[in-house]
Design a protein around this ligand. Structure first.
Ligand code: NAD
Length: 486
């Protein structure tokens, strides 16, 4: 007997729960023998129903004044805030995703913070800009773009879905959400609790895998595809969306470099920041630190301080309050991280696993990996050049800052990055050399994120921006109205 009620996630179409063609089991990554719930996979007809309902709701929702849409979104955010803890959605998120409970709580808080920020600037996006110039009087305006397909990954299923739902809806667009098939439960609870605030069809959810996502992307009613996920699937989304010449917003993978300068202060606070930015969610965050570049002269001191602190890690079931790091989310991720680490070891790297496994867990019944520090690693290994998305951190010594910048830029990714130094001006100067959508100084990942700044990737880390005004404008069409030239 388990003390948790079995959870199910149905599709939600035009305000109604709808059973799909089959059910997939959702298992707990910390106890894979445990079924957390079931998800009902949508048929293509149901995808069509959801997209058609979105098209039907579009004019009505777009006609609601921005201030009213903002008020509705605020009410939705308040419901999420109230119910997440009260109804145990945070516990559910930990059980389906694997992350420790405090991180699940942060994810719900993140959803509300996003909504609040967007609410404060939404009117600004739609304000007419009146221009008088050589051609006479012109007015620039923005209008909703139309029904949006929001396709989201498993690593932050609530936060990353909210990051699409709130801006798209506040900008007057209906949304059909397609969550990741292995983390549908908590986000479905969220959508079920707020969908009634919007016109029927303005907020729907369809469940399933790539085929359901593709059916949605192809649907004639969809005008924008907002996708967060892997680079390979992002390319496929872009290819498919191009068939209907649809706008895309792609938030893809990252291989973020952190560069430590030679004056960095290696104290408790710094190590705590760095570990949080790297190993949060077992390293499965797009903008987590994935590589560290350290001056040769500070290498051993840094590795010792990092290893001493990581030795305190307790890996296990994220619901246990003593546990500081959960499992990785799925078997594919578990195998991939182990494979990349084994490849690095074969290439001569030294792998140091740190911390310990919780005594109560069955290590064979979960995707548990101890955090590892990887030294003496050739830069050409996949562990350095690709996104490992797991708790194994390569530490790479450098001789000059030019070399550090060259190595940091030598990947196909360009999402986040950071420079750590006692001299902020010096760090800012170097930051301009990095090819990434964001460079944080003495911060990285959640500690660096500023929701008023547009965030997104260079190179293969994506197209478009979320957060900031640009993150709202992404869900609008720009147009201008003008009288005849004088
Ligand atoms: P994924 O690409 O496997 O899946 C993401 C979503 O896309 C899921 O809903 C999935 O069902 C759907 N999907 C899968 N194949 C598809 C296809 N061919 N066409 C359309 N949709 C498809 O990603 P994941 O493994 O769930 O998430 C991890 C990846 O997401 C990592 O690479 C990570 O860096 C990235 N990510 C990026 C950001 C960012 O903001 N840049 C944030 C979080 C995660």
């Amino acid at each position: 007997m388990t003390k948790y009620a079995d959870q199910s996630a149905l599709n939600l179409i035009a305000g109604e729960p709808v059973t799909g063609k089959e059910e997939w089991e959702i298992r707990n990554p910390a106890r894979t023998s445990q079924v957390v719930g079931r998800v009902s996979v949508a048929t293509f007809e149901q995808v069509d129903d959801a997209a058609q309902a979105a098209a039907k709701a579009a004019p009505e929702w777009a006609a609601v004044p921005v201030a009213e849409r903002v008020a509705i979104a605020s009410a939705a955010a308040a419901i999420i805030e109230q119910k997440a803890g009260e109804l145990g959605w945070d516990v559910l998120l930990t059980r389906e995703q694997g992350k420790i409970l405090p991180e699940a709580v942060v994810e719900f808080a993140f959803a509300q913070i996003e909504a609040q920020y967007i609410n404060t600037v939404a009117e600004q996006v739609f304000a007419d800009e009146v221009l008088d110039d050589w051609a006479g009087r012109r007015i620039s305006t923005r209008v909703p773009i139309g029904p949006v397909a929001a396709i989201t990954p498993w690593n932050a299923p609530v936060g990353l879905s909210a990051l699409k739902l709130f801006p798209a809806l506040i900008c007057g667009n209906p949304v059909v959400l397609k969550p990741a098939p292995t983390t549908p439960l908590a986000i479905t609870r969220v959508v079920e609790s707020i969908a009634h605030l919007f016109p029927p069809g303005a907020l729907s959810v369809v469940h399933g895998g790539a085929d359901v996502a593709q059916a949605l992307i192809h649907h004639d009613s969809i005008r924008k595809v907002s996708f967060t996920g892997s680079v390979a699937n992002g390319k496929s989304v872009m290819r498919e969306a191009s068939q209907g010449l649809k706008d895309v917003l792609l938030e893809l993978g990252g291989n973020d470099a952190a560069i430590l300068l030679d004056d960095v202060v290696i104290d408790e606070d710094f190590i705590e920041q760095l570990i949080g930015a790297t190993f949060m969610s077992s390293g499965q965050i797009c903008m987590a630190i994935k590589r560290v570049y350290v001056p040769q002269s500070r290498h051993d001191e840094f590795v010792t301080a990092l290893s001493d602190a990581l030795a305190m890690t307790l890996v296990g079931d994220g619901l246990d309050e003593d546990v500081t790091m959960g499992p990785v989310h799925n078997k594919m991720q578990y195998d991939r991280v182990r494979e990349l680490v084994a490849e690095a070891r074969a290439a001569g790297a030294a792998i140091t696993p740190l911390g310990r496994m919780q005594a109560e867990i069955n290590a064979d019944d979960g995707y548990f990996l101890l955090p590892s520090v990887v030294t003496n690693v050739p830069h050409s290994t996949r562990l350095v050049l690709e996104e490992q998305f797991g708790p194994a951190l390569p530490v790479i010594p450098y001789a000059t800052e030019d070399e550090a910048v060259r190595l940091a830029n030598s990947t196909d990714y360009g999402l986040g990055s950071s420079v750590w130094s006692a001299d902020v001006d010096r760090a800012f100067t170097l930051s301009r050399e990095l090819q990434a959508g964001a460079t944080w100084i003495n911060a990285h990942n959640m500690s660096g994120l500023d929701i008023s700044c547009a965030f997104g990737g260079f190179k293969q880390s994506g197209i478009g921006r979320e957060f900031g005004l640009a993150g709202l404008e992404a869900y609008t069409e720009f147009r201008y109205l003008t009288n005849r030239m004088q």
